[in-house]
Ligand binder design. Structure first.
Ligand code: SAM
Ligand code: SF4
Length: 496
């Protein structure tokens, strides 16, 4: 280990930025209490479940007892009702929009040793790579100029060479790319990041360059399991530094924060409860502002990460569907992300039960978008992907299923983040506003990037959406038509 890596490890964690949030020296995840709640809510009766369902449909966050009751539900006919309700809640808050994005992996250098990840320090087979700004520009040109993405999740290992200053440079580089397209131009308008827990000072640097959401998954909320899978002599081994990173982000003014758990490390029921306690803690501390999104990746095979081959907690497809619906009901206003880790068949089944965001044309190798010969080899990636279909194919399939793909990123650029967006989401107003922007950005994308086949399906859907606006939002109809016409003539980035 070099001196600079050692220094980085010794200086990253600021203990006072953990201690200030503890209550009586404890963090907000009490493992025994979680198991007690699961135990205490066994065999919930029908009428209780119906009351819980009504509360979710009223867009109110559930209590841990209520989430635990859903976890214990066995009645299969009620499960069918719950799947149906999950879709209804999603439509009430977000309408029929699905937001798409792509991951951009910048660096796989990592000082940590997570047993499930092929970027781990001990994986000596890994081809270590960190993109420079020219390479970041090239990747972005493909994503924004050829595929047509407007939104990215930019991903980094934890290393002094990919610290906050590097991350800030990459974000500025990504935002600076502007590529001429068939009718207009392509650019990334929202760069979210998935990176290590940082200090308030470092997060403030990222706020300055305009990151979108700050996404960090706790991986497992179970303290003992966390210790086992994250060796204790590593930075990531510090459970609390990670658990409170969203608190620090909020303090730094990054008020769209995203949480998640890596399902398959420990019992899925415990992790769902962990996510619920995390949500309630954020709401309690930050004026009712809970997670902007929740992610629930399942553990995938990863090269030189033996845990991924034999974890006893792997989640079955059946339980996965249940846990997605439980999260949808437990935090009814939150965005929910389903990634290309899941195969196409599962994505088709899960999207209707409450998903708001998904990725497509996904590549997770370093420099993989501009590497035309990349075969998505598992050796070069963080883990194996389940769905490598193109954005064009996914957009067409979604349109056929009745969903409009939204490339809208207006929200955060108009200050609709944190408290402001939470208010809109909880009263259902965000769905209307974003619908108009979804129409305009979908039109942009169809004109600039879609294949003929997708364009046909997409335009049919657009026609229906515009007609609906006339009925549902008559006050915005004229302005929508004007913006639509201007978009058709090549103007870009018009929004409500
Ligand atoms: N290094 C940062 C961190 O660990 O927070 C961010 C990047 S890491 C590449 C992003 C996420 O990938 C992790 O939080 C983890 O949940 C997920 N991940 C890691 N290994 C995985 C695997 N084998 N299957 C599925 N997801 C995995
Ligand atoms: Fe590093 Fe993140 Fe992979 Fe852990 S999950 S080894 S911290 S890149």
């Amino acid at each position: 280990m070099t001196k600079s890596v050692e220094k980085f490890i010794n200086e990253t964690i600021k203990q006072d930025q953990i201690d200030r949030y503890l209550e009586d020296g404890n963090d907000f995840i009490n493992d025994d209490e979680i198991w007690r709640k699961i135990e205490a809510n066994k065999n919930p009766d029908k009428s209780r479940i119906r009351d819980i369902m009504a509360k979710s449909y009223d867009i109110q966050t559930l209590s841990p007892d209520e989430t635990a009751a859903l976890i214990n539900l066995k009645d299969e006919s009620l499960w069918e009702e719950i799947y149906d309700l999950a879709g209804k809640i999603k439509r009430k808050v977000y309408d029929n929009r699905i937001v798409t994005f792509a991951p951009l992996y910048c660096s796989n250098l990592c000082v940590n040793n997570c047993l499930y990840c092929s970027f781990r320090y001990d994986n000596k087979e890994k081809v270590a790579k960190r993109l420079n700004m020219d390479e970041i520009r090239k990747e972005t040109e493909v994503l924004a100029g050829e595929i047509g993405h407007k939104r990215l999740i930019v991903v980094y290992g934890e290393h002094p060479l990919s610290d906050a200053d590097y991350i800030a440079d990459t974000i500025e580089t990504i935002y600076s790319v502007n590529v001429k397209t068939r009718k207009g131009y392509g650019q990334i308008r929202r760069a979210n990041i998935n990176a290590a827990p940082m200090s308030i000072e470092d997060l403030s640097k990222l706020k300055k360059v305009g990151i979108g959401t700050y996404q960090v998954f706790q991986e497992t909320y179970h303290h003992e399991t966390y210790k086992k899978v994250h060796p204790q002599n590593t930075l990531k081994g510090n459970y609390r530094w990670r658990l409170y990173c969203h608190h620090r982000a909020m303090e730094a003014g990054v008020d769209d924060v995203a949480i998640g758990a890596l399902f398959g490390l420990y019992d899925w029921r415990f992790e769902v409860m962990g996510l619920q306690y995390h949500t309630l803690e954020l709401e309690k501390r930050f004026n009712d502002v809970g997670p902007h999104t929740i992610s629930f990746p399942r553990l995938e095979l990863a090269a030189h990460a033996p845990l991924t081959e034999h974890s006893k907690y792997k989640v079955s497809d059946e339980d996965f569907k249940k846990l997605v619906a439980i999260i949808r009901l437990s935090v009814p206003y939150t965005g929910m992300i389903l990634t290309a880790r899941e195969p196409a068949k599962i994505r088709r089944e899960i999207i209707p039960i409450g998903i708001t965001q998904t990725d497509a044309s996904t590549k997770i190798g370093i420099g993989a978008y501009s590497d035309r010969y990349d075969k998505q080899e598992i050796e070069k990636q963080q883990f194996a992907l389940g769905d490598t279909r193109s954005l064009d194919t996914v957009v067409r399939e979604l349109a056929e299923m009745g969903y409009i793909t939204s490339f809208c990123t207006a929200g955060y650029r108009c200050g609709r983040t944190g408290e402001h967006i939470m208010g809109l989401l909880k009263c259902g107003a965000e769905g209307h506003m974003c619908k108009l922007n979804a129409i305009l950005t979908f039109k942009e994308w169809l004109d600039d990037f879609a294949s003929e086949e997708t364009k046909k399906v997409g335009e049919k859907l657009l026609k229906k959406e515009i007609e609906e606006t006339k009925e549902k939002l008559p006050e915005s109809y004229e302005k929508l038509l004007e913006y639509y016409k201007r978009t058709n003539n090549g103007e870009r980035d018009l929004f409500f």
